[in-house]
Ligand binder design. Structure first.
Ligand SMILES: Nc1ncnc2c1ncn2[C@@H]1O[C@H](COP(=O)(O)OP(=O)(O)O)[C@@H](O)[C@H]1O
Ligand SMILES: O=C(O)C1=C[C@@H](OP(=O)(O)O)[C@@H](O)[C@H](O)C1
Ligand SMILES: [Mg+2]
Length: 172
């Protein structure tokens, strides 16, 4: 049984922040695949991204996901994992994949330092381009979508995730 709750979405959507709070609320272990990447490579994400280059970074991120053997955890993923069909298929087998959907305006406001965040962007791509390219991918791979635009109090987001996941688990 691999009943995990897996958060996907744009960089700065709140996967790490909300994921930790969700895990605390449900008394489940919390795993952030970005932190696993940093531990595996022994370097911050931006350095890993610079060292590997875009394609190898995306492959390494997917491999990190394919190595996971977890059950009953809340898992925050990196925003670019959605480029790997194989990793996304594996995440969908592992539990409920929840897309934390935020508006472009919220993402742009929160991404104050896009150049030092290790973002998997191609040269010449803007945050807007990235948002428009990825939004349909997150929707495609998610079992559930929760609006995560509410700034400040995350209570509504937590409740919405818990409600949606419990309905899905009841019906399966
Ligand atoms: N619901 C929220 N309300 C206000 N700020 C938030 C919310 N969710 C995330 N943030 C802030 O946005 C930034 C990015 O959040 P983070 O959890 O790192 O996103 P992700 O893991 O999706 O990249 C952090 O500074 C965090 O405090
Ligand atoms: O969206 C992206 O291109 C990335 C987001 C990061 O994770 P967060 O989504 O947690 O910021 C991290 O995986 C990596 O630096 C690439
Ligand atoms: Mg994160």
């Amino acid at each position: 049984m691999e009943k995990n709750i897996i958060l996907i979405g744009m960089a700065a959507a709140g996967k790490s922040t909300i994921g930790k709070q969700l895990a605390d609320r449900l008394d489940l272990p919390f795993v952030d695949t970005d932190l696993l990447m940093e531990a595996w490579w022994g370097a911050p994400l931006q350095s890993i991204r610079d060292f590997l280059g875009l394609e190898a970074f995306l492959r390494a991120e997917a491999e990190q996901v394919l190595r996971l053997r977890l059950s009953g955890c809340v898992i925050a993923t990196g925003g670019s994992v959605v480029y790997s069909e194989e990793a996304m298929a594996r995440l969908r087998e592992m539990g409920s994949v929840v897309y934390l959907r935020s508006s472009f305006e919220t993402i742009a406001r929160r991404l104050k330092n896009p150049l030092s965040r290790g973002l998997a962007m191609r040269p010449g791509q803007s945050i807007r381009d990235l948002y428009d390219e990825r939004a349909p991918l997150y929707s495609r791979y998610a079992h559930l979508t929760v609006d995560a635009d509410t700034d400040g109090e995350p209570e509504e987001i937590l409740s919405a995730i818990i409600h949606a996941v419990s309905l899905r688990e009841e019906s399966s």
